[in-house]
Design a protein around this ligand. Structure first.
Ligand SMILES: *Cc1c(COP(=O)(O)O)cnc(C)c1O
Length: 168
């Protein structure tokens, strides 16, 4: 947990059994029924499936926005709470302008969550670029040999984990 937080530049981290478990736990922790959120259109397919099949039935809905966008104003609704990004993005590997996007999102009071599976924390740190939460599917690069399943969520600033330290 500490090693991942360190790699991601987080103030703390949580571990999960898979990447999708980390993504679902973060979204369910930060969204409530009636909330609206934004997903980048290069999003990992299983993230979108979770939003369509689980979050939708709990009353949280989303809209997609293109990867190149840095001004979210046209996509916002009164109840928009969060923006979920992925950079580099799944399949297309498009790299987003996260500093500009995060600055814009924060002026609208949104929490920015990044899927950093492709950046891995070694090559790319969304938290340093302004994101509030960064998620890694450790199943991929971190495991490296297709023999490990893991997910991790690191956070800093106003979304830093409020966890009780484990007894040593
Ligand atoms: C594989 C992957 C996930 C999901 O990880 P699992 O451990 O398979 O649940 C999430 N995001 C991205 C970008 C991925 O490539």
């Amino acid at each position: 947990m500490e090693a991942i937080a360190d790699l991601e530049g987080g103030e703390g981290a949580w571990l999960y059994p898979t990447g999708v478990a980390a993504i679902s736990a973060v979204l369910m922790a930060l969204l409530r029924p009636g909330d609206h959120f934004l997903l980048v259109d290069t999003i990992f397919a299983a993230t979108r499936t979770f939003c369509d099949e689980v979050l939708d039935s709990f009353g949280a809905s989303y809209d997609l926005f293109p990867s190149g966008v840095t001004d979210l104003t046209p996509y916002l609704r009164e109840n928009t709470k969060l923006v979920f990004v992925e950079s580099p993005g799944s399949q297309t590997f498009e790299v987003m302008d996260l500093p500009a996007l995060c600055e814009n999102a924060h002026t609208h009071g949104l929490t920015v969550v990044a899927d950093n599976t492709y950046g891995s924390g070694w090559l790319y740190q969304p938290l340093a670029l302004g994101c509030d939460v960064s998620i890694i599917a450790g199943t991929k690069y971190l495991g490296g040999h297709a023999d490990v399943m893991m997910g991790a969520a690191s956070a800093r600033g106003r979304r830093r984990p409020k966890c009780v330290p484990l007894p040593s």
